[in-house]
Design a protein around this ligand. Structure first.
Ligand code: DGT
Ligand code: CA
Ligand code: CA
Ligand code: ZN
Length: 599
């Protein structure tokens, strides 16, 4: 069996065939037939693959004759079309890649291949730069400049976008579309963004509208649009600043379940789900679920009813990785995932005493406004003299001020510090200074290129310090900007467990550190996780949503995250001598789970 084949896949197949035939110099009649079929199929609002699988007569569709119908059948049955493969073999490699460059139609590609021997986009770019491309018929300075610009733009967007930036872009575009489209009812993100992947290839949006035809053109007309890639009935694709591709599709309210499910992916999850459905005589596509025997397609307004039809509970998008989630769903073992509102405190916060942007008092007030029961202010230690870190004297003054602020708040204000772990693993404050603090985050901020063993020993030594409560942003990575340090994560997490040290999930969207798989391993080992925003600004507090997403992707419930516990239980853990904290946490988590499962 093949993977789910969408109408878009089929449209692309026939458009490519038309272009390849044109490059070969085939008859106009044959080329037009493929183009016409592609246009018709693009307009369909139901799955051609499902109809083919159900044995419908596709020739009843205008523009679809026997040759086209046979190829659809072949594609659906085998995942291949022999005629297509033959064409691709006859032509130089990478011709299809050249066709995808806007401005490169079949005739131009043919000339570029035949006359200049160009076989790749890189060679095309070279020919555009050194003036050879301009020599071709119908090519001028203008068209060459455009092709060059497209190639460069394509290279820019080939990089994946960090989640935080993609999510800001998504919110901005969604807002602008609502302003521009009176008929718009909803826009739902799908794809990797909905699964909270740490980087996003492109943004997939599904719109429901009372006036669907206004939506695509409105997207294409937004001021942030750099380039329009596709503008069709059912799909519009654009590239917006800062170089993010957006695929917008129109959904039907009564069939949103399948649409959202299909385009949320992951592809691996969908493949597994489809195999599971096939074994039950059902086939899945982006429009609904088809009973193979009767050929009847059922539609679902939401994902709950879609998964329900497969006798499965709804599976949270964060879990849809094509790993164990389907087995867990079938067994009724899906985790009860943590949500944002489970958080009762934020324990990594900076003020303008170090490198934060807001005064202490305003930072504390903003945290209290989140409705939290507790917080820790954690400005930097003096360390390398960067980030305006605090000397022991300034720290002592800050502690005094924080203690005096406490009387104004119900929220418990912990006096903390984010203390550098020096290159040799020593803490940047002596033990007597650390001893004044309620909460000590130990973080690496320098000597990041140490080898794996040295870095592992360095962080382990910090964990062995009896004053260190938690390791901050362990890998120090910055998504798209700085690689993680090298360390043995398994050894570190075992040391965390053995020493009673908690591990931070740093929610700053450029960090997401621990990352999901490491957080999952911490959970398995019983190491308490703490979700912190590391806010340097009052606006940073809402970044907790990204940290919660990491914890969800790690299959964490609230019981695995220390700062979901009520203030008294949290304080009880903190009072426990460090060497007993892991056991104490296991007891807290056990009590929490038992309470949750009580009827
Ligand atoms: P990305 O964009 O690389 O961060 O990752 P996704 O998961 O957003 O992937 P994308 O945008 O290519 O497609 C969104 C979802 O739609 C994907 O997770 C599964 C589904 N899907 C899209 N195109 C195809 C396709 O050609 N075949 C199949 N089987 N599924 C597809
Ligand atoms: Ca995507
Ligand atoms: Ca996409
Ligand atoms: Zn830090």
């Amino acid at each position: 069996m093949t993977t789910q084949i969408s109408n878009e896949d089929i449209v692309q197949l026939f458009n490519n065939m038309a272009a390849m035939l044109e490059i070969k110099g085939d008859t106009v009649f044959k080329i037009r037939a493929y183009q016409r079929a592609a246009n018709t199929i693009e307009q369909l609002s139901w799955s051609l693959a499902a109809a083919a699988a159900a044995g419908d007569d596709l020739k009843k569709i205008p523009g679809v004759g026997k040759a086209i119908s046979d190829k659809v059948q072949e594609y659906v049955a085998t995942g291949h079309v022999a005629a297509y493969d033959r064409l691709a073999e006859e032509l130089p490699a990478n011709v299809l890649e050249l066709l995808e460059v806007p401005g490169m139609g079949p005739k131009t590609v043919k000339a570029a291949v035949d006359e200049l021997g160009i076989g790749s986009v890189a060679e095309l770019e070279q020919a555009a730069v050194d003036g050879r491309l301009e020599q071709l018929p119908r090519m001028g300075k203008r068209s060459v400049a455009n092709i060059l610009r497209h190639i460069q733009a394509q290279r820019m967007r080939s990089d994946r976008t960090p989640l935080g930036i993609a999510s800001e872009t998504c919110a901005a575009v969604t807002g602008q579309l609502f302003d521009a489209c009176p008929g718009l009812v909803s826009i739902t993100p799908a794809g990797s963004l909905r699964r909270w992947e740490e980087t996003i290839g492109d943004l997939d949006l599904i719109a429901v509208s009372e006036n669907p035809s206004e939506t695509g053109p409105a997207l294409a007309a937004l001021p942030s649009v750099r380039e329009v890639l596709v503008q069709g009935e059912s799909k519009t694709s654009v590239v917006v600043d800062p170089g993010i591709q957006i695929d917008l599709r129109i959904g039907e309210p009564n069939a949103m379940g399948a649409m959202l499910q299909y385009f949320t992916g992951s592809q691996q999850h969908n493949i597994r789900l489809r195999d599971y459905a096939n074994r039950r005589g059902l086939s899945l596509n982006e429009y609904g679920i088809t009973v193979v025997e009767s050929g009847e397609t059922e539609h679902f307004p939401d994902e709950e009813s879609f998964y329900g039809r497969l006798d499965l509970p709804w599976i949270p998008p964060e879990l849809r990785r094509g790993a164990d989630e389907l087995d867990a769903a079938r067994a009724g073992d899906l985790p009860n995932l943590i949500t944002e509102t489970d958080l009762r405190g934020d324990l990594h916060l900076h003020s303008d005493w170090s490198d934060g942007k807001f005064p202490l008092e305003e930072m504390v007030a903003a945290v209290a406004a989140m409705g939290y029961e507790y917080m820790a202010l954690t400005d930097h230690s003096q360390g390398l003299g960067v980030a305006n870190g605090l000397t022991p004297d300034r720290l002592a003054r800050q502690i005094e001020i924080l203690r005096s602020l406490q009387s104004r708040y119900d929220m418990t204000i912990l006096c903390g510090s984010e203390v550098d772990i020096r290159a040799d693993g020593a803490m940047d404050f002596p033990d007597d200074v650390l001893g004044m603090l309620d909460w000590v985050i130990a973080s690496v901020h320098n000597a990041m290129s140490q080898d794996r063993d040295t870095m592992t020993r360095r962080i382990s030594r910090a964990m062995e310090n009896p004053h260190v409560t938690v390791i901050g942003h362990a890998s120090t990575r910055l998504l798209g900007r700085r690689d993680p340090v090298e360390f043995d994560i398994e050894a570190l997490l075992q040391t965390a467990r053995d020493t009673g040290t908690a591990m931070e999930i740093n929610a700053a969207p450029e960090r997401l550190d621990l990352k999901d798989t490491h957080a999952a391993r911490a959970r398995e080992l019983g190491v308490p996780l703490v979700i912190n925003t590391d806010s340097h600004h009052v606006d940073g507090l809402t970044n907790r949503t990204f940290g919660v997403a990491v914890a969800r992707r790690a299959w964490c419930g609230p019981e695995h995250v220390l700062n979901t516990y009520p203030a008294n239980e949290f304080a009880g853990w903190l009072r426990t001598p460090k060497g007993q904290r892991t056991d104490h946490f296991a007891m807290m988590a056990g009590a929490r789970s038992a309470a949750a499962s009580r009827p």
